[in-house]
Design a protein around this ligand. Structure first.
Ligand SMILES: [Zn+2]
Length: 309
């Protein structure tokens, strides 16, 4: 195979190793059932770890898709009220943008949270982050943030994403309890309301992956990343690697991007899992490794490439 551009379209960056370690320890991954041999990254996810992991695995670019949710704040901030939480969200997004400003290999998708900073205020913050701080997209996690994708508090934010031409990276997957906040079909109303929105569903639907093909066929402008689910193939509620490759073929391999969800999963291991997928051609795998992300997310591809293995 020729040299390949490697782009991680979905990783998390933490302010400190302790913060990354804490979130890795407390974020429970349950929706695929149990799998004893999942390969996790040997990193905590601060900037030093991120740059070391990218260099070791030959990635030329990564998208920081940080998550902000009240449920993940420490006790003081959780009790503090929305105004203080909104300040924390704004500071958090500014920090990520400042860090990436001097690092052309990193792009920031800022965290958006309709409970803490929704509606016009959330849209104004987003516009400032993009126009003055270099942000390239937004990240939402409807399960942890407890909102449905078509929540009216998100509409001004989606509209601003369309106006600015930036993508929305949304967690997708199963939720515990009665409300399925982020299964693929929960996004249908948003796509109908904002047909030109550049929506990316993470994890190819996660535990709700059996919906993904029909959703993708109904909404041909939506794209996907394959982080997490590719590490859990073979688990009771996850696809086998053969089923995962079938879903990718049915969705359209040019609509699927490699993500790692670092510091959860390992960058080299994830790329190798893509290369090892059955059914797909070398050309299709090259797209998934990086070229699709460069196109779909409008990232710079003017970075060195490397041999695939
Ligand atoms: Zn993630």
């Amino acid at each position: 195979m020729p040299d390949a551009l490697r782009i991680d379209s979905h990783l998390h960056l933490y302010q400190t190793k302790a913060a990354g370690r804490r979130e890795k320890e407390t974020y429970e991954i349950w929706e695929y059932g149990s799998k004893p041999d999942v390969t996790f990254a040997a990193f905590d996810g601060d900037i030093e770890d991120t740059e070391a992991a990218m260099a070791a695995a030959g990635y030329s670019h990564a998208v920081i898709a940080n998550l902000f949710a009240i449920a993940l704040l420490d006790d003081n901030l959780r009790a503090a009220g929305t105004a203080v939480q909104a300040e924390r969200l704004i500071d958090f997004n500014r920090w990520a943008c400042e860090l990436a400003a001097s690092r052309p290999r990193l792009s920031v998708f800022v965290a958006s949270d309709p409970t803490v900073l929704g509606g016009d205020a959330g849209a104004a913050h987003l516009r400032e982050m993009v126009e003055q701080h270099g942000a390239r997209g937004i990240k939402i996690h409807p399960v942890v943030q407890q909102f449905l994708p078509n929540d009216p508090r998100m509409h001004a934010i989606y509209r601003t994403c369309v106006e600015l031409g930036i993508p929305v990276l949304a967690h997708s997957g199963s939720a515990r309890g009665a409300v399925q906040f982020a299964e693929p079909r929960a996004f249908a109303e948003v796509v109908k309301m904002f047909p030109t929105l550049n929506l990316v569903l993470a994890h190819l639907g996660g535990g709700a992956w059996r919906q993904t093909t029909a959703f993708a066929q109904a909404f041909p402008r939506v794209s996907f990343d394959l982080c997490e689910i590719i590490a859990w193939t073979g688990a009771p509620s996850a696809p086998t690697s053969h089923e995962l490759a079938s879903v990718i073929l049915d969705v359209g391999p040019d609509r699927v991007m490699l993500g790692t969800d670092f510091p959860w999963y390992d960058l080299a291991d994830t790329a190798n899992r893509v290369l090892d997928l059955p059914l797909l051609s070398d050309q299709q795998k090259l797209g998934i490794l990086g070229a699709n992300a460069a196109r779909i997310l409008s990232l710079s591809s003017e970075h060195p490439t490397r041999a695939l293995r």
